[in-house]
Design a protein around this ligand. Structure first.
Ligand code: CA2
Length: 137
């Protein structure tokens, strides 16, 4: 069965446990369930992961690139969290691994602090979903 890899960056393990006014009350386990249910309706499998470590996320993007080349993975959905605004390494990994990746943000980053308005990921992404809550996944 074809797979979609869903990658989550730093602190998203805290989703639903802190700052519900910004990110809502759903947990990351709820997001995973949502993704699996939606994927199942399309005959797809979900490989759902979260890490607080930039290098681990780079490794997973490269792994997804290999799985895409092997025809096992059809693409990546990624919420890079704070690394969105800092990480040239994630930008390079997406480009270098030729990964088809959709960048997702739960909150509308453009309506928040100026430092959240720039994304190193967007120029390497195939598409962007911002501000639609966890439904954006
Ligand atoms: O809106 C998003 O999805 C973000 O990617 C979330 C990141 C933030 O740095 C980006 O600017 C926008 C933060 C993820 C951490 O999530 C937390 C959840 C609950 C409590 C604390 C952090």
């Amino acid at each position: 069965m074809a797979t979609i890899t869903v990658l989550n960056g730093p602190n998203l393990n805290l989703l639903g446990l802190r700052e519900p006014a910004i990110y809502g009350s759903a947990t990351l386990a709820d997001v995973e369930r949502l993704c699996r249910e939606e994927a199942a309706q399309h005959g797809l499998e979900i490989d759902f992961r979260q890490s607080n470590h930039e290098g681990v996320l780079v490794d997973w993007i490269q792994e997804a690139g290999r799985a895409m080349a092997a025809g096992e993975c059809i693409g990546v959905v990624m919420n890079p969290a704070a690394y969105t605004h800092t990480s040239v390494a994630l930008h390079d990994a997406i480009k270098g691994a030729s990964v088809k990746l959709i960048e997702v943000h739960i909150s509308n980053v453009h309506a928040r602090e100026p430092f959240r308005h720039h994304s190193y990921i967007s120029p390497a992404a195939a598409g962007i979903v911002v501000g639609l809550g966890i439904e954006g996944y």
